[in-house]
Ligand binder design. Structure first.
Ligand code: 2P0
Length: 402
């Protein structure tokens, strides 16, 4: 590419986090705008362990919008991708017309090259669409000089993505309007609010998600009376209780609400016709382990939650992490050594008492869990300044490593 064209490439790189819902979103009242049937609340996971990175370049020399995901070119005409691109360009045009930014019309008509990677394997079963669309919208907004509320646009990429636009503890208020303008995410508490809280992702071995969330929740809305009852009569109260538990850093209340809401979500899946099963025998063993552990100490020390897959996400206070991790290793013995089994924040090794093992009284399930990601609550999307970390080269095409 000639030198003069090279200069005209405008490039921005950002990262965005994964979130895990503790009050679950399941079901839409409007498929196109992605408007939910109930509000939800999530915890943003730390990007040191789990994140999406996205580089977006614009240039007069680009012929068409293009996107590369995890090293492979994907279809840019995907309707949800198009919604996000259209909405950001619309806001940029509005800001320019209002005289708020000095973007010329040529820059607005420039095509984009988008390159995105996750630092975690898809096999980890974590909602990569949430981090992915949050990162896309956040980065596009920087490229086109758009500021302010962006969660409503991220929501149109994937519902849960709106919650990844903030760090800490985040609620997605369902809203009442038909146009979705009031269906937005809002931070409930920052990432520094509850420093003792730790999160463990227990990655179950070699199981694939049987039914995708988007079609699963459609069938649930059509067939499950329990889901309707949950949306109408349960979630509003639970949202208020959860926000209070977070604000007061009341682990017992937070943990019990989290487990009950996960269980109710999976109950609505079972109430769907034909039923949807996301939990596996490994998930059930994790549930037993947590309840037996809590019963042994006569205190709620650990909570689990499961999304549309078999992997458990565990909430626990820092001081209890070493013992609980040791128990997981004991009841899910693996071939890998401890270093490979625990990724992310380091966990001290402790020895387990025979009393405790006997009190739990489960039959060990070998190779049920392939590894644990140890992490904590983290911040929202960030801009990456270091250009050596950009995923697109100076020609606007993916670097070999991307
Ligand atoms: C959640 N899940 O609140 C719930 C709990 C899975 C179980 O949000 O169709 O990928 O893109 O809006 O956001 C997964 O659903 O679905 C999800 P779309 P999404 O995190």
């Amino acid at each position: 590419m000639p030198e003069n064209n090279k200069e005209k490439i405008n490039m921005v790189t950002c990262t965005a986090p994964v979130n895990i819902a503790v009050i679950k979103y399941w079901g839409k009242r409007n498929e196109e705008l992605i408007l939910p049937i109930n509000s939800s609340l999530s915890v943003t996971l730390h990007q040191d362990q789990l994140k999406t990175t996205t580089t977006i370049a614009t240039s007069r020399s680009f012929q068409e919008d293009r996107i590369w995901l995890n090293g492979k070119e994907e279809d840019i005409t995907h309707p949800r991708l198009q919604s996000c691109l259209r909405e950001i360009r619309r806001l940029a045009r509005k800001r320019r017309n209002d005289g708020e930014i000095g973007l010329d019309s040529a820059s607005l008509s420039h095509k984009v090259h988008i390159c995105s990677v996750n630092n975690f394997p898809t096999a980890a079963g974590l909602a990569s669409s949430a981090a992915g669309f949050a990162c896309l919208v956040y980065t596009l907004a920087r490229v086109f000089g758009v500021e302010g509320e962006l969660s409503g646009i991220a929501r149109q990429g994937s519902g849960s993505a709106c919650r990844s636009m903030y760090g800490g503890f985040v609620q997605w208020i369902m809203g009442k309007k038909d146009d979705g303008k009031d269906s937005l995410a809002q931070q409930v508490a920052t990432e520094t609010h509850w420093p003792e809280l730790r999160i463990l992702v227990l990655v179950a071995s070699a199981e694939r998600k049987p039914i995708g969330s988007t079609s699963g929740m459609q069938t649930s809305v059509q067939t499950s009376c329990l889901l309707q009852h949950r949306a109408e009569s349960i979630v509003t109260g639970r949202m208020a209780d959860m926000i209070e538990a977070v604000r007061k850093r009341d682990f017992t209340a937070f943990a019990e609400l989290t487990m009950k809401d996960s269980n109710q979500f999976h109950a609505t899946c079972l109430d769907t016709y034909p039923p949807i099963f996301y939990l596996s025998s490994v998930s059930q063993q994790v549930i037993s382990l947590v309840h037996r552990y809590n019963r042994h100490y006569e205190e709620t020390r650990v909570a689990y939650t499961f999304d549309a897959g078999p992997n458990a996400v565990i909430f626990i206070l820092q001081q209890h992490v070493p013992e609980f991790v040791q128990l997981v290793q004991h009841f899910f013995p693996s071939d890998t050594n401890r270093g490979q089994f625990i990724k992310g924040l380091p966990v001290n090794s402790v020895s387990l008492s025979e009393d405790l093992k006997q009190a739990i009284g489960l039959e060990p399930m070998s190779k049920g869990i392939s590894y644990i990601i140890s992490t904590k609550v983290g911040p929202g999307p960030c801009v990456v300044e270091d250009s050596t970390l950009y995923l697109l080269g100076s020609d606007g095409f993916p670097k070999k490593t991307a």
